[in-house]
Design a protein around this ligand. Structure first.
Ligand SMILES: [Fe+2]
Length: 476
């Protein structure tokens, strides 16, 4: 219009360098996606068999995320072109999509520059909606991308196998006229349509699933009732009930009302003792006041005890939250023990800190120190129950712990298909040995609780929030 009126054409605000890069990304997106996936695979191979290194895990996820987003931007541009026709050039649609991305990310995470990856402490409705939309897209688009890539690889493998088979047949017998017709004919339109419909369905399913995990499963608390068989349980403790809550992570997506509901559920289970295994806040130290106020509603005749998680260490609130809990009658066990008595008989409950992940050598030193402290806290010839955020010392022959209660991994990264197959769990894929449920080693028991809150994405799929209630029984 400006040109037709003889006015100078307005300058595009985005410089030519950015446009050139974008044009190349749009042109070579397949190659970029492949390269990113190869790097992500390399990072995953380095990770495999070790405990999760957060930086490497983040790198692998970032690379897959980048690959998936380039893929999806391409698809959105295709869709825009299909809907708007050729009137709007691909480049402008691509720029619009990239700008929308940048807006959501900078709006959602202005604290990135302050060193926090995610600080979901924005309780305003618009903030919550943008966070929710961002994470829904993040999880849905990543899963759909992985599915499409897998489907694409399988499709190509089938086509390659058919091609080899046809060539082999031709080599062994002369080609007839009908064979030639079949081999010359382009892939049937029916098959092509079927593949397209399957791809569309496959792409849509993860988005629907992510929506379900965001809106429903994230808050769908499951009460898990378990029996803990302990060989040397004193008779007086037969039938003693311990409730376990972990990974509360107060945040806009596990707010005070939701946690209050979990407190009410826990109290209704009439436990004799309540155990808390850390991660009371998500990323905001200010949330410690609210979460303690809500958890102060927990009631059990033998008391409420807990330990520190990594989020208390990372937000540097271990001392302050311990004092806050104490002022409400909840005792955090920090390299400490408390004997629980029934008549003349005793069960020893121990708690220890998770510690802060600074450097591996530092963590190793801290763990060695913790191990020595725990050895001094164990009571001989007594049932020892350890509350610890992640079970670093499970099965350690130097420690005589009967039952370890822990959390930390949210059922395996909050996304799990291990009801379908045990290996379909993010944490297990990364080689983490203890993810959810029961584990046993040389007679020692470990239970990994899935937690009730979320960190990172506020979505749970196949890993419902969990409140566990154990009935202690004698036996092996
Ligand atoms: Fe956690």
């Amino acid at each position: 219009m400006a040109a037709s009126l003889g006015l100078p054409r307005p300058k595009i605000a985005i410089n030519g360098g950015f446009l050139r890069v974008l044009r190349r990304v749009v042109a070579y997106w397949r190659a970029i996606v492949v390269v990113l996936l190869i790097f992500a695979l390399a990072a995953a191979i380095v990770l495999h068999g070790q405990f999760v290194s957060f930086e490497l895990l983040s790198l692998a996820l970032l690379l897959i995320f980048m690959a998936s987003q380039i893929f999806w931007i391409g698809r959105v541009v295709d869709l825009g072109e299909r809907l708007l026709g050729r009137r709007v050039c691909r480049q402008r649609v691509a720029i619009g999509v990239v700008l929308a991305y940048l807006f959501v990310i900078t709006y959602s995470y202005p604290e990135w520059a302050l060193g926090h990856t995610i600080r979901a402490s924005d309780y305003r409705l618009q903030g919550i909606l943008i966070h929710a939309a961002f994470w829904w897209w993040f999880v849905g688009s990543m899963l759909a991308f992985v599915l499409i890539i897998t489907f694409g690889i399988l499709d190509r493998a089938v086509r390659a196998t058919r091609w080899i088979y046809r060539k082999a047949c031709q080599a062994f017998r002369p080609m007839t006229a009908s064979d030639a017709a079949v081999s010359d004919c382009p892939s049937s339109s029916g098959r092509r349509r079927f593949l397209e419909q399957t791809a569309v369905l496959m792409s849509a399913t993860p988005f629907v699933a992510a929506g379900y995990g965001l809106l429903y499963e994230r808050l769908d608390v499951e009460i898990v009732r378990e029996r803990a068989r302990l060989a040397r349980l004193p008779k007086a403790f037969e039938g003693f009930r311990v409730a376990l809550l972990s990974d509360i992570h107060l945040s806009p997506f596990a707010n005070a009302d939701y946690i209050r509901r979990c407190v009410t559920i826990t109290n209704s289970l009439k436990p004799d003792l309540i155990a808390l295994t850390g991660d009371y806040v998500a990323w905001d130290p200010e949330d410690q006041f609210e979460v303690v106020r809500v958890l102060a509603g927990l009631r059990a005749p033998h008391g409420v005890f807990g330990c520190m998680g990594n989020h208390e260490a990372d937000t540097e609130i271990e001392d302050s939250i311990t004092q806050l809990f104490a002022s409400h009658g909840i005792r955090m066990l920090r390299q400490q023990r408390v004997p629980i008595t029934m008549g003349d008989e005793v069960v020893n409950v121990i708690g220890t800190d998770h510690g802060r992940g600074i450097a591996p050598e530092h963590m190793q030193r801290v763990r060695q120190q913790r191990l020595q402290q725990l050895k001094a806290l164990v009571m001989p010839n007594t049932v020892n129950i350890l509350l610890i955020h992640y079970p670093f010392f499970f099965g350690d022959p130097e420690l005589d712990i009967d039952l370890t209660l822990a959390g930390d991994l949210h059922g395996g990264g909050q996304l799990s298909l291990d009801s379908v197959h045990r290996g379909l769990n993010l944490a297990r894929l990364l080689g983490v040995p203890y993810v959810r449920g029961w584990h046993e080693k040389d007679g020692a028991l470990l239970y990994m609780n899935r937690g009730i809150g979320t960190t990172g994405f506020p979505i749970r799929l196949g890993a419902r929030p969990e409140i566990t209630v154990f009935e202690l029984v004698r036996g092996v």
